[in-house]
Design a protein. Structure first.
Length: 282
């Protein structure tokens, strides 16, 4: 049997500030109402997968080695589960710098458990981790056990936000976008934002990763319409991934999004942004 490939990743995050981008509150409230109606309609339409499978990229069994600050992790990633992309790695680097002491935390789509390990090592008092398949959760559990995560951990088979849990201090997610396999690419981003209040306690926070190609100003507007206080914790540029160029429709869509990417020395870069969004306290 050949040795499993090992991914070695070291990444630094950059703290930035971001100004409020909403100028006309009445306008955005009207747009929000229209957006909710549209999303309700798309909820049914998007439940049907697009024709064709996701390209077989980054899905082989492997060992992931990554360094987040002073944490060096080596995790097993089962076949069929996405190895953490730059989105997941930047999210891991970001949460490594935060304190989760005493917090009850939900992670949607835990994958191999890389973020759950970080959350556990950074003080979480309870973890609820979801995935679409029980076998994936079993693999995540083995990675958590490997790093001695001793807080209570509940593994839940669930499809994205369809989870009968609530009152979390923090919700962590890496919503799919480029390969969301939905007719409406922002489906996972929008449903995450619109439903976060059902999963978080008052004053709770949502932490998620987002590409400029998914339209950052649009997302901030939606977050603020949902009465969330928005902070950008980190951002970093990454070159386009090979599979972006295999989807001509995706490239055309992204070209129409203002500020979606930059070009330097002939190379196209997207910027990944780590958001922290907090619900108001009563």
């Amino acid at each position: 049997m050949c040795a499993l490939p090992t991914l070695k990743i070291i990444i630094l995050s950059v703290d930035v500030t971001f100004e409020n981008c909403v100028d006309d509150q009445d306008h955005w409230e009207e747009q929000f109402s229209l957006h909710v109606l549209r999303l309700n309609r798309l909820n049914e339409e998007s439940s049907t997968m697009l024709k064709g499978d996701i390209p077989n990229k980054n899905l082989d069994e492997s060992t992931l080695e990554c360094t987040f600050g002073d944490l060096h992790l080596q995790l097993d990633v089962p076949a069929g589960v996405w190895n953490p992309t730059p989105n997941g790695i930047l999210l891991g680097e970001t949460i490594e710098q935060l304190d989760f002491s005493g917090e009850r935390i939900l992670e949607l789509g835990t994958g191999c458990g890389v973020h759950a390990v970080v959350l556990g090592l950074r003080g979480a008092s309870e973890l609820v981790l979801t995935e679409v398949d029980d076998s994936i959760l079993g693999h995540a559990q083995r990675n958590l056990d490997k790093y001695g995560i001793t807080c209570p951990v509940k593994f839940v088979v669930a499809d994205w936000i369809q989870i009968n849990e609530g009152q979390f201090d923090t919700l962590v997610a890496n919503p799919p976008f480029a390969l969301s396999n939905k007719a409406y690419r922002r489906y996972f981003i929008d449903t995450l934002i619109l439903e976060a209040h059902k999963l978080l306690k008052p004053g709770g926070r949502l932490i998620f990763i987002h590409s400029t190609m998914a339209d950052v100003p649009r997302t901030i507007s939606l977050l603020e319409q949902c009465d969330m206080n928005v902070r950008i914790l980190a951002d970093k540029d990454f070159p386009f991934r090979d599979y972006y160029f295999e989807d001509e429709a995706y490239l055309k869509e992204m070209a129409a999004v203002p500020g979606s990417y930059s070009v330097r020395d002939g190379v196209r870069y997207e910027r990944l942004v780590a958001f922290e969004c907090r619900l108001p306290k009563p």
